[in-house]
Design a protein around this ligand. Structure first.
Ligand code: ATP
Length: 309
């Protein structure tokens, strides 16, 4: 297990956006978080990554560094600097309480997030976008950069290998704003990989991606999931059912199902709350007349989402 929440709750005024969620993520697992609009998915991600502080409950993370304080070379927050507090667990792992840790600390520990709103520098080259992210991750050695030209070359080499991994090896010289939407999503994954994460959280990685490009983005996510734990918020049910090891379903802030895709798909509660009519035949259609919320109500509700409105 690398990440766990206990009774995680977030209230906004009278709205309980996330309601007593007990959740855990295994190392190497690809877990999708699904649910209707307003179910609390984005709030849940914001709580995991420290963008928001919970009203109640805890978030704990077990970094791969194993010492409970940092993932090794980045000088992350420690248990003694007023940052997250290291605790031990029954599984004799070192757990770090990251409940109140801000995003830059959760990122340093190895919990990385790509945002639904793109975080790519638009006027900079694709390679430079990743190179800057590599250099930012190695923040503590950046002073050496001025004394050690080799570090500069290292950053480029790592950026190039990341671009290879996300299918953009031939696009390094292009300006990021000229990439297709699908390529931009792949670049976002590449930028997140530059932080050497243990856990990657992807917020709607196929949103707005043309139906022809969805398969490519999906293949890259599956490849990345081979050696990282990955969490997705995703509305494309064909993608979710196709690549997830596990699916967590939120409805009105509550975790109403959590299990393997087949089990979740057959759950009466999930069918009623969200999947209503998703027929899983790969054409994105749902059965007419079913309850269902597996659709988009915003601008992204196009053929690329793979679910019917
Ligand atoms: N900053 C905020 N202030 C007040 N209410 C908020 C805030 N953020 C979210 N909410 C409310 O919390 C609930 C959960 O919202 P959230 O965005 O987490 O849902 P979601 O499942 O991500 O939805 P979508 O699929 O539409 O992105 C909604 O009722 C939303 O209006």
């Amino acid at each position: 297990m690398v990440l766990r929440t206990t009774n995680l709750t977030k209230e906004f005024g009278g709205i309980t956006a996330v309601d007593g969620v007990d959740f855990s993520l295994e190392a190497g697992e690809l877990c999708s978080v699904i649910g209707p609009n307003g179910a609390g998915k984005t709030t849940f991600f914001n709580l995991l990554t420290g963008v928001l502080e919970p009203t109640q409950g805890t978030v704990e993370f077990a970094p791969s560094g194993g010492d409970g304080t940092s993932n090794g070379d980045v000088g992350g927050p420690t248990a003694t600097d007023g940052g997250p507090t290291a605790t031990t667990s029954d599984e004799s792992k070192q757990w770090v309480d990251i409940t109140d840790a801000p995003p830059h600390e959760t990122a340093l520990l190895g919990l990385h997030r790509s945002y639904q709103i793109t975080n790519v520098f638009p006027t900079v080259s694709v390679l430079e976008n990743v190179r800057v992210a590599v250099q930012a991750h190695r923040g503590n050695d950046s002073w050496q950069f001025w004394r050690n030209v080799g570090a500069f070359d290292d950053h480029y080499a790592e950026a190039e290998s990341i671009l290879e991994r996300v299918g953009l090896a031939a696009e390094g010289d292009r300006t990021a704003q000229n990439l297709s939407h699908g390529e931009k999503r792949n670049l976002e994954i590449g930028i997140a990989l530059a932080g050497d994460p243990d856990v990657l959280l992807l917020d709607e990685p196929t949103a707005g991606v043309s139906s022809e490009d969805v398969d490519q983005v999906t293949a890259i996510i599956e490849d990345v999931a081979a050696d990282h734990a990955v969490m997705l918020i995703e509305h494309n049910m064909d993608v979710v059912m196709g690549i997830s090891d596990r699916i967590a379903v939120l409805n009105r802030g509550e975790l109403i199902a959590d299990g393997e895709p087949e089990t979740v798909r057959e759950s009466e509660a999930v069918q009623q709350a969200y999947l209503g009519g998703y027929d899983g035949d790969g054409d994105g259609d749902s059965k007419e007349g079913s309850g269902g919320g597996a659709s988009r109500t915003d601008d992204e509700n196009d053929s690329s989402t793979g679910v019917a409105s």
